[in-house]
Design a protein around this ligand. Structure first.
Ligand SMILES: Nc1ncnc2c1ncn2[C@@H]1O[C@H](COP(=O)(O)OP(=O)(O)OP(=O)(O)O)[C@@H](O)[C@H]1O
Ligand SMILES: [Mg+2]
Length: 292
């Protein structure tokens, strides 16, 4: 990521124009030919080649040279495109240390132009494929070579959409600041992931608050998290739980809505039972939340 930030600062308008042209061309070609990049940028071939060499040296695009010479934007190039938009539109000003590198996303700290600390979540689907390819298969079936790019962007769009609905309803989620391509910017939550917490003063109160938030999401926002567990709940130093990681939410009208709701609730109940000896009945809680 340091590499990407270093390059981002040096990239010029024409570099971005060429990157965007390749990105667009990738909807049509697996390897975008130089002539296509020329047509899209209106730059002459010599200048296009000059910029392509520069982008290639910086490892923002990959070159393919079998039947013809073609290019595609790689993950670093895609990061640059998204971060550039977020900086240009004043969502973020700078990029900080990593706060979580995972299977499906990398999360970094960042600063807004008003010096607020934010979390910059970069979705990275397709890195490990089994679970996600299954999850997003319908969407990418026809565009196989683009799957990481599409699924990561889709995940970011979905997550942002959820936060935009949930946050104004005062449900305990990070505040959304902006989104571009595969990146979501949201408030940075200071605290610890629930699964790492050894002791809690009032575990029953925290359990109730989590359930209240699940209920509010269901009733007011009509959204079910779909991947809720001790791994996607952060506990702040003031013992407030926040529900994070929303890209796989489903609407309460989804055919399997009840299955997801029950699984979310069961995960939470099992964790609090095992760790804090709080006994509950998930089935009863599901009925309580869904009853009209
Ligand atoms: N808004 C935030 N503020 C602070 N930390 C965050 C925020 N969002 C995520 N994190 C941290 O980054 C980690 C990964 O984030 P998240 O759960 O959203 O992504 P993920 O797709 O589950 O990635 P992973 O594969 O690592 O689980 C979280 O467990 C949490 O520690
Ligand atoms: Mg997670």
């Amino acid at each position: 990521m340091e590499q990407v930030i270093k390059h981002l600062k040096k990239l010029e308008t024409d570099d971005f124009r060429v990157l965007r042209a390749i990105e667009k061309g990738m909807q049509k070609y697996k390897h975008v030919p130089i002539s296509e990049i020329g047509d899209r940028t209106k730059f002459d071939v010599e200048y296009v080649n000059y910029i392509l060499d520069r982008l290639h040296k910086r490892e923002l695009i990959n070159r393919w040279s079998e039947k013809y010479v073609g290019y595609h934007v790689n993950q670093h190039g895609y990061d640059c495109l998204a971060l550039n938009v977020l900086v240009q539109s004043d969502v973020i000003e700078s990029f900080g240390k990593s706060v979580g590198i995972g299977k499906e996303a990398d999360v970094y700290e960042g600063l807004t132009p008003d010096e607020e600390v934010v979390a910059i979540k970069i979705h990275r689907l397709g890195r490990i494929s089994f679970r996600q390819t299954k999850r997003y298969r319908d969407y990418t079936a026809d565009k196989h070579h683009l799957s990481w790019l599409y699924t990561s962007r889709l995940a970011a769009e979905k997550e942002y959409e959820a936060l935009m609905v949930l946050y104004p309803l005062k449900i305990a989620v990070p505040k959304p600041y902006g989104q571009n391509r595969h990146i979501v910017v949201m408030s940075n939550i200071v605290g610890d992931d629930l699964f790492t917490i050894k002791e809690l003063k009032n575990p029953d109160k925290i359990f109730d608050t989590i359930l209240k938030n699940i209920e509010k999401s269901y009733r007011k926002a009509q959204i079910i998290h779909g991947d809720l567990s001790e791994f996607n709940i952060i506990i702040t130093p003031k013992f407030k739980p926040l529900l994070i990681d929303w890209p796989q939410w489903v609407s309460i009208t989804h055919p399997n809505a009840l299955f997801y709701l029950e699984r979310d609730i069961t995960n939470v109940c099992n964790f609090f039972e095992k760790k804090f000896k709080i006994f509950s009945n998930p089935q009863f809680l599901v009925e309580k939340i869904t009853k009209t």
